[in-house]
Design a protein around this ligand. Structure first.
Ligand SMILES: [Zn+2]
Length: 399
């Protein structure tokens, strides 16, 4: 597959152009003087380099903008029309999809696209077809779609292209099948890591360089941006905070071990706690469903919380306290700029966050935790698909 960057680099490595692309990646604009200073080079040289990048279509002159010195230099940034990137988050029964332009601006987002991925090659190709069908509705210039990012749950090695949850095949990584289906470079990533990247690049992270993103969904995962870099670990298996053996609750985890953090701090834990309260006949709007022996989903519980159901709220508070203990430990270990709480349970922010913050206050080292801001995800349910589209661009530009 011919590289999108061949156009810019003519087959040779060009450190200055690469640096300019990465400086502009977060959607920022620079004057020629800024770039000459940041790259420690002369104005005539940088003028030539920028002009070549403009000719190749990567940079755009964004016009004259106010500067602190009062002069109004021309500012340069990424050309939004240089390409589009598709991000896909694969859920249990549906897909979420985002399209971003070359500056990282999100142009389209759609969730709840019905699709269930199974472990066959046909199913993986079917995913590509479902995504392409949705993208056709946006009437984009298809030749400008540069790459595709796909977030999958579970362990993902983005370098080898293997998922250990979907299409587990010895011979062929799932990434290669996706690439043949899309006809574009594909980058796969773990869902929590994709969300962390979305929040870091376009959510509430701002200038924060070290960001821990907790994905509190049915399970509990974590994505880490450490000193500006998305951290995967040796094989891409990092961030399994849900299986931190922290609790003394004798609960068997999905992984088969006992007392994992996820058994007390996740959607699954909330579901269990609510079930226990209903069995004790605690007052709740869910009692009638429970007594009729009908299934209660996590969504039913989240709806009950939104309707101020006292019993459901108590359980959310308990989850918040347990999660707060873990966050206190993470803050002590990482000294992060920011911890972001995301995933489906972040919808219960009003009840989840006070006990979480209180546990952090009580249990972390004050000097360390005073350095850290704790926030609720800004991108919410779109974090994964947006993160995947931004990661598709980031990996394409930095490979
Ligand atoms: Zn576990």
């Amino acid at each position: 597959m011919e590289s999108f960057l061949d156009n810019l680099f003519n087959g040779r490595y060009d450190a200055e152009k690469r640096t300019i692309l990465s400086l502009c990646e977060k959607g920022m604009a620079f004057s020629l003087a800024d770039l000459a200073r940041d790259l420690d080079t002369s104005i005539p040289k940088i003028t030539r380099v920028v002009s070549e990048m403009e000719d190749a279509g990567f940079l755009a002159d964004l016009g004259k903008q106010e500067s602190a010195a009062g002069r109004r230099p021309s500012m340069f940034g990424l050309n939004p029309d240089a390409g589009y990137f598709i991000g896909v988050e694969v859920g249990r029964k549906s897909l979420a999809l985002a399209v971003s332009d070359f500056t990282g601006r999100v142009m389209h987002f759609q969730d709840e696209i019905p699709y269930t991925l199974t472990n066959t090659e046909e199913s993986v190709l079917g995913l590509c077809a479902a995504v392409k069908k949705q993208v056709r509705k946006y009437h984009l210039n298809a030749s400008l779609i540069r790459s595709v990012g796909v977030n999958l749950t579970g362990r993902v090695n983005h370098q080898t292209g293997y998922s250990y949850s979907y299409y587990i095949s010895e011979e062929k990584p799932i990434r290669n099948i996706l690439e043949s289906g899309f006809g574009r470079p594909v980058f796969i990533e773990n869902d929590s890591r994709g969300m962390a990247f979305g929040e870091y690049m376009s959510g509430i992270a701002g200038d924060a360089r070290t960001v821990l993103f907790l994905n509190v969904g049915w399970g509990l995962g974590m994505g880490m941006v450490l000193d500006g870099k998305l951290f995967g670990g040796k094989s891409g298996f990092s961030g399994e905070i849900g299986h931190f053996p922290l609790l003394d609750n004798h609960q068997i985890c999905r992984c088969g071990k006992v007392g994992c953090l996820e058994t007390g701090a996740s959607g699954l834990a909330l579901h269990r706690l609510v079930g226990e309260k209903l069995a004790q006949n605690k007052p709740s709007i869910l009692q009638s469903t429970y007594k009729e022996d009908r299934e209660i989903s996590l969504n039913n519980i989240l709806d009950a919380v939104a309707k101020e159901d006292v019993t459901a709220i108590e359980c959310v508070e308990q989850v918040g306290d347990t999660l707060g203990r873990a966050v206190a430990g993470l803050i002590n270990v990482f000294n992060p700029d920011m911890v972001v709480i995301g995933g489906r349970l972040s919808a219960t922010e009003q009840y989840l966050m006070p006990p979480l913050r209180s546990a952090v206050q009580r249990l972390s080292l004050n000097l360390v935790s005073n350095d850290t801001v704790i926030k609720v995800s800004h991108l919410g349910k779109s974090a994964g698909a947006i993160g995947a589209s931004l990661l598709a661009k980031h990996r394409l530009l930095n490979q």
